[in-house]
Design a binder for this molecule. Sequence first.
Ligand code: PBE
Length: 268
Amino acid sequence: SGEVNYGEEMDYKITGIEPGAGVVAASEAATEEYDSLEGWEVVTSSSGAMATALGEAIDNEEPIIVTGWSPHWKFQKYDLKYLEDPEGVFGGEEVIKTMARKGLEEENPEAFKVIDQFQWETADIESVMLEVSNGTAVEEAAAAWIEENSDKVAEWTEGTETVDGTEIELAYVEWDTEVASTNVLGQVLEAQGFDVTLTPLDNAVMWSAVAEGQADAMVAAWLPATHASQFEKYGEDLVDLGENLTGAKVGFVVPSYMDIDSIEDLQP
Ligand code: PBE
């Protein structure tokens, strides 16, 4: 490594996603922390634009660095690797947690229980995400997963009663992971008789909406590192329902054909 000047080839730009994402904040911190990233810039856009740029770079075998995360379908579609982060700017293993508004348990105990019992694995969420990335509508992909995984779904609804049109609102951000999880949980709640609203928001607004009781819950809290600042700000106004998925990760992701392994292998 070190022979190719990737910085020049990429115009010293890292392909980011939405400005409110934790991985973007961590990426900006990385450009401050690493001498190898001096003069580099994180360009924000959207998760969809990042995926398009990644696909195009791979088609042309060009270098690209994206602000990546897993679970994500991109690892099933492409040969990718995380750049090592010796300074630990991106944290280590992340979990995705569920947060509910205060009062939900008392006011809507059946919904609260289902939301609390919602929990799945990387392979589950990735299969929904992969379907969606291949062009299937998320409603359809979620319904298919639910049909094939009735055992798991039965664990989420275990010990709860169906209702007759009680309203429930889930907040989320339009990241691929959260689109998949929120739609699956939403459909399970609908099948239990709830009148479900899924509300896409900016990350910071999602946290404040649940903390202030405008939305009932969200399944998109990436911790301990990615959303640490949001958790610090809103955590005490939320009910922490624990992990819905473990083994998550964020960081710089590059195609495997790139001849570097670490953020330190880049050049200013
Ligand atoms: N993500 C996906 C989010 C959390 C879920 C990694 C893009 C973020 O960076 O905030």
